[in-house]
Design a protein around this ligand. Structure first.
Ligand SMILES: [Zn+2]
Length: 312
């Protein structure tokens, strides 16, 4: 089974305009760094709308093309940082729930909330109990710590409802996001204070990956995903293999999950290409590194299936 454990279904109206400007600037600067040029207007008017897929039709096509059995959708809440989008958070969460109901065998949709919202706990409870969402996604880089009291109230609810949590981690976030909130060290409190909660540190904590791997090595309810490392895997394959090997050695092969962060990085590498790159590690990795078929199977889907209780 192949599971993309980190995907964001997006629509224009679920996100504030400021966010689309942020993505436009990220693409502009990312392309410049690669020696490519595209006018800002072309990015904003053509590339950005190509990400919008409110009914998930493009996602299902992409899953079929890439041989992905199931995709975990992570909703996003940037409202408090950027201002209100046209479609408030409830609209996005209900759309996620509807899409999951339409494809119950293929889609696993997670709720999200900025814990600083006055109704954060109620919203999480409603999204999971009433609308049937299967987990909780947090994006602390909007300005909160995962171990602060407001977040703990939301985590208590997730723990009580028995759903897994994904927490975006890492230093790689454009302004106005603040990297300090994404330091994985703050998860140390969370995984100890909520021993029954399964927590995924998204993106192998870009830039703090070693800290994450050491932290997680003896914290068994902390796992990680390899989403948005496609640029490293494409332009510095040896480095990617080294980091992944380190993750597997510290956490064990059963706590590293495949994920893409698409649609945001699909222009750089398709979902299928990333799956193939992982699948081919046993053959293609540099000589001094060994990856086994069993590790590949675990990363590509078995680990996520276990964490999401799909085997029971
Ligand atoms: Zn993400």
């Amino acid at each position: 089974m192949i599971i993309d454990a980190h995907y964001h279904l997006v629509a224009e109206e679920w996100y504030p305009e400021g966010w689309w400007q942020t993505v436009t600037n990220m693409y502009l600067n990312g392309m410049k760094a690669l020696g490519m040029e595209m006018p800002m207007e072309t990015i904003r008017e053509s590339l950005i709308p190509s990400l919008w897929d409110p009914k998930g039709e493009a996602l299902i096509r992409d899953m079929d093309a890439g041989g992905i059995d199931k995709t975990v959708l992570l909703a996003m809440d940037y409202w408090l940082l950027y201002g209100e989008p046209k479609g408030p958070i409830e609209v996005q969460l209900k759309a996620y729930a509807d899409f999951q109901s339409k494809y119950p065998d293929r889609i696993i949709a997670f709720a999200t909330v900025d814990p600083r919202r006055p109704n954060a706990v109620e919203l999480v409870e409603r999204a999971i109990k009433e609308w049937g969402l299967k987990g909780l996604n947090l994006y602390p880089q909007t300005g909160f710590f995962v171990n602060e009291p407001a977040t703990y109230k939301v985590l208590e609810k997730a723990s009580q409802l028995g759903v897994p949590v994904v927490c975006h981690t890492g230093q790689q976030g454009p302004a106005p996001f603040r990297a300090k909130y994404g330091n994985p060290i703050h998860l140390d409190d969370v995984v100890q204070d909520f021993p029954n909660l399964m927590v995924t540190a998204g993106h192998m904590a870009f830039g703090w990956h070693e800290q994450l791997f050491y932290l997680a090595s003896l914290k068994y309810n902390l796992v990680t995903d390899i989403s948005a490392w496609q640029d490293v895997s494409k332009f510095n394959y040896r480095k990617f293999c080294q980091v992944l090997r380190q993750a597997l050695d510290r956490l064990g092969a059963n706590r590293v999950l495949f994920g893409t962060d698409n649609p945001f990085v699909a222009a750089l590498m398709s979902t299928k290409e990333y799956v193939d790159l992982i699948r081919d590690l046993p053959q293609n990795a540099p000589e001094e590194m060994t990856f086994t078929e069993a590790e590949v199977t675990a990363i590509l889907g078995d680990n996520a299936a276990r964490i999401l209780s799909l085997n029971s």
